[in-house]
Design a binder for this molecule. Structure first.
Ligand code: SAM
Length: 272
């Protein structure tokens, strides 16, 4: 079944089910269609979100905040006439909320229902954008063909721990829901030795790679690993949140090129 983002936003809040034309019924919780029941694909992430309020503690880690800023800046640069933007793997909404400061309509999707419901609360409180939230997997997007001008898969294809076949399926789904000429942005935490795996995967997809960027964040992650055992200490928390320090380490790492990056960023375009 396929729904356009518009169709989803008109789903009445409080509706208890969404019925597909083939009769399949999906629960709707607080206006969020749940296309994915708890199964093996989602269970690990759902359990994590049920146990931790912010699994990767992004809002307390300067390198992750810079990464989100990088994605938003890249999105603003490459999105032509942005209409609906799709944020895949939206977690509790940190990146969706920032995208909502610059784009008028955001669809946010994650396999974890707990994460998506939190994202809905956060994003709707912090941004005037129109949001649509969905619980589904990036391997089977519940959206109409050619719905989006921009799709963001930020940590990301490899972070989702999918098989290679499922990764290819995600790329083919992203291509399907993109409008001709639309862009996809990918980031992944891989390290320079594994960057070629992601590049190869994207180059063998129907998408055309346009840009490859390195986030020059390896020194920051190195520093973070030294503090691993003391991460709850107040001084360590302040250091890890320190934006100037993260920018300084990034400036030094930049001198060493791709090998001083843990994250890679890629922009790819749908032909047409
Ligand atoms: C590492 S977090 C990244 C969060 C956010 N995109 C960012 O860049 O900060 C990965 C997120 O992807 C979600 N996820 C895992 N497998 C997925 C899948 N197959 N489809 C969609 N989201 C998935 C997880 O639940 C998690 O919230």
């Amino acid at each position: 079944m396929r729904h356009t983002p518009l169709a989803m936003t008109t789903t009445a809040d409080g509706a208890s089910a969404l019925i597909a034309p083939d009769g399949t019924s999906f629960p709707v919780v607080r206006g969020v269609p749940m296309f994915l029941a708890s199964d093996a694909e989602s269970l690990e992430f759902e359990t994590m979100y049920q146990n931790l309020s912010e699994p990767w503690k992004y809002s307390g880690r300067a390198a992750e905040m810079l990464r989100h800023e990088f994605v938003v800046a890249l999105a603003r640069e490459v999105a032509e006439k942005p209409d609906w933007v799709l944020d895949l793997g939206c977690s509790v909404g940190q990146l969706s909320a920032q995208l909502g400061q610059h784009f008028p309509r955001i669809a946010s999707l994650d396999v974890s229902a707990t994460a998506v419901l939190k994202a809905k609360t956060t994003c709707e409180a912090s941004s005037k954008a129109e949001f649509a939230f969905v619980v589904a997997s990036a391997t089977a997007l519940p959206f109409a063909t050619e719905s989006f001008s921009l799709v963001v898969a930020s940590d990301g294809l490899f972070g989702w721990e999918l098989s290679e076949t499922a990764q290819q399926q995600v790329l083919s789904e992203i291509t399907r829901v993109l409008k001709p000429g639309g862009r996809a942005i990918f980031t992944d935490y891989l390290g320079h030795k594994k960057f070629p795996f992601l590049l190869k995967l994207i180059d063998s997809s129907p998408l055309q790679r346009e840009r490859t960027e390195y986030l020059h964040d390896r020194l920051w992650y190195q520093m973070e690993s030294w503090f691993h055992l003391a991460q709850d200490n107040a001084l360590v928390k302040a250091i890890l949140r320190n934006r100037s320090l993260a920018l300084g380490l990034r400036g030094i790492a930049r001198l060493f090129g791709a090998r001083a990056s843990k994250h890679i960023g890629i922009v790819a375009r749908k032909r047409g």
